[in-house]
Design a protein around this ligand. Sequence first.
Ligand code: ZN
Ligand code: ZN
Length: 84
Amino acid sequence: MLELRPNCECCDKDLPPESLEAVICTFECTYCSDCATNTLAGICPNCSGELVRRPVRPVAKLLRNPASTKRVLKAEGCTPVTVA
Ligand SMILES: [Zn+2]
Ligand SMILES: [Zn+2]
């Protein structure tokens, strides 16, 4: 099950579970679509994995499977992966 982290790891923007702006990598590093597109060019800076839109969990399912409230933020900000 996805954690559904509450914020963008780069800019700390709020990304609630119903947000259509949230994107994740396979390890669930979580970003807003702005950072993913403009800063990161669709590649996770932590693991070099692909970023895809996070599926929205239906509200009824959130009651029993709530989203994470633990914020993850890179204090130094995000730098894009440079392809060698
Ligand atoms: Zn962001
Ligand atoms: Zn990642």
